[in-house]
Design a protein around this ligand. Structure first.
Ligand code: NAD
Length: 484
């Protein structure tokens, strides 16, 4: 039961270090995607709540938080990481019920959240400026400073991981954050605020306002006192957020969608590749920005790859999140509808295999068995558009040039992988593939809190994760002293 796990009231918002009632009107239903039933009531924050949250964040910067040393910020984040770990079981259960993800994935998300706090806790006092040789009689140096109030708009698919990477880096640099989680999945964002407060984060340094995108989200992205926006979500919403940021002439990081390819060459070690080929497509029921939704395979190994992937697909089990199978439900009836509509485009294409839905899965849950499609033309909509569900397409290619052309042939560029034992080819393709991350003989490198992440093209711009994110969440001041 959800209420046995919650230690806070999700119908309230967290602003200025306190739980308060939102002004946005009646709460929003919390749905369990595994059953389709309502399991609680969520705060519906509105523009007035965003105003209060931004004001509280500004107040924190004027007060104690603005004077907190980098070392102390790091200590608070490290303590927060420990608190996340000591609440791991509750957080994982809450996330499973809220998002519909299998428990093992929710546990991995908790571990990643804790790891982000450790990483950014350790990094907080290691960001330094430079001294710059200049004219005679001058000393010039640079200071890395926080932007000020930062806005964080987060999607529903990996709330904990995305909060960890974006809010973690922002706090490490001394910003004060206003977080607007997705209306479909807010519970762990609220839990995070409570734990941050307990870890010693001063009032106003983190504020969490759930609410609808068009109301609370838009109010945050257009707020004139927000100095930087970190947005993760769809291309369509990213464009709106960037337009809002432009009106205020502030910086924005966009982490958007993808149609990421894995390229399998004839000399690939298939035993090594196979688990990555399938898992990177069906993890989180395919609702992953970096899902490997396209498998490009050199023609001579097409049959073998399809046969072996299909065998794995037929064994994939889909059921309730807490049953902890291979796939849980999709987040909502709406998302399931989007994926089903895409599948109607398959027409005469060959369905190489489908997984199965457990016979006792609740009828109201948003289940969709994973689908593997063979020989999909590269220009087909199923090969070019982000489906955001458990659907992978296999596209054969003749040679390296064609593989690169197909891989680079969508408007996205988030991640890509190359499976080949040929070292020269690995190096060549690492350069030729248009993507923010390229993996050679692996996919995802285990999540990689330390590894800068972000896209090119419609996948967005700016980098989060790793040390690099700290530069995005800060601004550089040049100081030139003339002393003769
Ligand atoms: P979405 O764009 O619908 O929503 C994302 C967030 O934006 C939510 O919090 C939503 O409430 C808010 N929002 C909606 N309208 C808004 C508006 N007008 N102004 C301000 N905020 C608004 O995306 P989604 O459906 O929640 O997430 C799925 C998408 O996110 C996919 O395209 C996926 O690829 C992408 N994604 C990208 C990454 C990445 O790191 N690149 C990670 C996860 C998800």
């Amino acid at each position: 039961m959800l209420r046995d796990r919650l230690w806070f009231d999700p119908a309230r918002i967290f602003v200025g270090g306190r739980w308060t009632d939102p002004h946005g009107g009646d709460g929003l239903p919390i749905e369990d995607p595994s059953t389709g039933s309502e399991i609680g009531l969520l705060a519906k924050g509105g523009a007035a709540d965003i105003d209060s949250a931004v004001a509280a964040a500004g107040g924190a910067l004027q007060g104690g938080w603005g004077r907190t040393t980098a070392t102390e910020r790091g200590r608070i984040l490290s303590r927060l990481g420990q608190l996340v770990l000591s609440h791991a079981d509750d957080l994982a259960q809450i996330e499973s019920m809220d998002v519909g993800k299998p428990l093992k994935q929710a546990r991995a998300d908790v571990a990643a959240l804790a790891r982000y706090m450790e990483f950014y806790g350790g990094a907080a006092d290691k960001v330094t400026g430079q001294t710059i040789p200049y004219l005679d009689g001058y000393t010039v140096y640079t200071l890395r400073e926080p932007h000020g109030v930062t806005g964080h708009i987060v999607p529903w698919n990996y709330p904990m991981q995305i909060i960890g990477r974006s809010v973690g880096a922002a706090l490490a640099m001394g910003n004060a954050c206003v977080l607007k989680p997705a209306e479909e999945a807010c519970l762990t964002a609220l839990a995070f605020a409570d734990l941050a407060h307990r870890a010693g984060l001063p009032a106003g340094a983190i504020n969490v306002v759930p609410g609808l995108g068009a109301e609370a989200g838009a109010a945050l992205s257009r707020h004139p006192d927000v100095r930087h926006i970190s947005f993760t979500g769809s291309v369509a919403t990213g464009r709106l957020v960037q337009a809002d940021a432009a009106k205020n002439a502030v910086s924005v990081t966009l982490e958007l969608g993808g149609k990421s390819p894995q390229l399998v060459f004839a000399d690939a070690d298939l035993d090594k590749a196979l688990p990555f080929l399938v898992n990177a497509g069906i993890q989180n029921a395919g609702q992953t920005c970096s899902a490997a939704s396209r498998i490009l395979v050199e023609r001579s190994r097409r049959d073998e790859v399809i046969e072996r992937m299909a065998a794995r697909y037929r064994a994939l089990r889909t059921g309730p999140a807490l049953a902890d199978l291979d796939l849980g439900p999709l987040i909502s009836a709406r998302q399931k509808g989007i994926v089903e509509t895409y599948l109607t485009l398959a027409g005469d294409l060959t369905i190489a295999a489908r997984g199965t839905i457990e016979s006792d899965a609740p009828a109201g849950g948003h289940y969709l068995a994973p689908v593997l499609l063979a020989d999909v033309p590269p220009d087909h909509r199923l090969s070019r558009e982000e489906i955001f569900g458990p659907v992978q397409v296999v596209i054969p290619f003749e040679d390296e040039d064609e593989a690169v052309a197909i891989a680079n042939g969508t408007e996205f560029g988030l991640v890509a992988a190359v499976w080949s034992e040929n070292g020269a080819r690995q190096m060549r393709l690492a350069k030729r593939l248009r993507a923010g991350q390229v993996f050679l003989n692996n996919y995802g490198a285990g999540g990689g809190v330390e590894l800068p992440f972000g896209g090119v093209g419609r996948s967005g711009h700016g980098r989060e994760k790793g040390f690099e994110a700290l530069y995005g969440f800060s601004t550089l001041k040049t100081v030139a002293a003339h002393h003769g």
